[in-house]
Design a protein around this ligand. Structure first.
Ligand code: G6P
Length: 369
């Protein structure tokens, strides 16, 4: 255990535990003292442009792309602007269609990912406005974009991204609220409720970290698994994608994320006795529908680890084990729900004796195509 890892055996575990602080730093100075508004003074987007924006393209790779999926839901719900989320390596070779006031948002922890930068440059060449959400001040993305939101997660060393993702979500929530405010699509009471909940996140995230022993024990029992499935609906589906990616990246266990309602169109054929399924059920509006999908996988013999909000003991009737998340607004659940999934991937990788911080074949920053 080296000093630079702050007493943790791996950078990844250190970074997972730094998330409350990282999110606090991302929110710092950006939330008004009376919780009435969000201040993103560092971006130049003037109110007229924010009002006029008629389409947003979010462009990113890997974990940052998964953050973009949550961003789409948040921006569409609060600011009522249609959002497309695009994989940078796909977007750069298409001929994207722009509306008169399209805003392009690139998300990149490093600010140096080749495909994301190429997309940024192409879009700028076409005279479009680009906002970068990045963790690195002075990175290429930060320098070349018109506007920048820095995430302030601090250096992320482990290849598997953790605190960068949660701070990207925090930045996207802030942006969503700011846009909604300017556009008049969110009433004051709702905005203030959301800003309060954002401000509470650092302490809520501390509580989520207490789930670690439960995930460690689950990971040790499933260390021999060859296939796993992550299911959920809505925001839970976006988080499921990130959970599956984490598990693949460092434990090398095959993991697939599926929109729970889509299971019966194919993936259900792969569910057999003892297959681990991680089922996210953090969204009250979609809860009953998700439970009916969990019943379907249980009927095929799956071992189900469910995740829901504290107090919702109903889920125990359907699943084998439950992870409880502290209460928050449903829109903010992704930032909580991802943490047990990061811990699951971490402990599975450790149990398999893998090089957690430097998984085979992967790089921290993909600067070549
Ligand atoms: C690599 C990293 C991932 C990261 C992705 C995008 O694949 O291993 O963790 O999500 O690149 O990186 P970026 O720096 O652009 O967010």
């Amino acid at each position: 255990v080296s000093a630079e890892r702050g007493g943790y055996p791996h950078f990844m575990l250190k970074e997972v535990h730094e998330q409350p602080k990282a999110v606090r730093n991302t929110l710092r100075g950006r939330v008004a003292d009376d919780f009435s508004s969000v201040n993103l003074g560092e971006i130049n987007l003037d109110d007229d442009f924010m009002k006029a924006v008629d389409r947003i393209h979010i462009v990113a790779c890997g974990t940052s792309w998964h953050a973009g999926l949550v961003g789409k839901a948040v921006i569409e719900e609060y600011a009522r602007v249609p959002v497309d989320v695009e994989i940078a390596s796909e977007y750069r070779y298409r001929k994207p269609l722009f509306t008169p006031n399209t805003l392009v948002i690139v998300i990149s922890q490093s600010g140096e990912t080749a495909d994301t930068l190429a997309a940024l440059r192409e879009v700028k060449k076409q005279g479009r406005r680009v906002l970068a959400i990045t963790n690195v001040v002075g990175s290429s993305a930060a320098r070349e974009a018109d506007d920048v939101i820095i995430t302030w997660a601090g250096p992320e060393i482990a290849v598997a991204s953790t605190k960068a993702y949660t701070t990207q979500l925090a930045a996207l929530y802030l942006l969503g609220i700011r846009l909604a405010h300017v556009r008049g699509t969110m009433d004051d009471a709702r905005a203030s409720e959301m800003i309060h909940a954002l401000d509470d996140l650092p302490q809520v995230l501390e509580q989520v970290l207490d789930t670690a022993p439960q995930l460690e024990s689950f990971a040790q029992r499933y260390v021999e698994a060859t296939d796993t499935f992550f299911i959920g609906r809505g925001l839970d589906y976006s988080v499921a994608l990130e959970g599956a990616l984490k598990l693949k990246e460092i434990s090398y266990i095959h993991a697939e994320a599926y929109a729970a309602g889509e299971l019966k169109h194919g993936t259900l054929a792969l569910i057999t006795d003892g297959v681990p399924v991680i089922a996210l059920a953090t969204q009250p509006e979609l809860y009953e529908k998700t439970v009916s999908n969990i019943v379907e996988v249980k009927a095929r013999g799956a071992f189900v680890l469910g995740m829901t909000w504290v107090g919702n003991e109903d889920l125990e009737k359907t699943v084998d084990e439950v992870i409880y998340l502290p209460k928050t607004l449903p829109a903010l659940a992704p930032i909580l729900a991802v943490i047990p999934l990061q811990l699951l991937a971490y402990y599975a990788a450790v149990a398999r004796g893998n090089d957690v911080d430097k998984p085979r074949n992967l790089a921290k920053s993909v600067t070549v195509e």
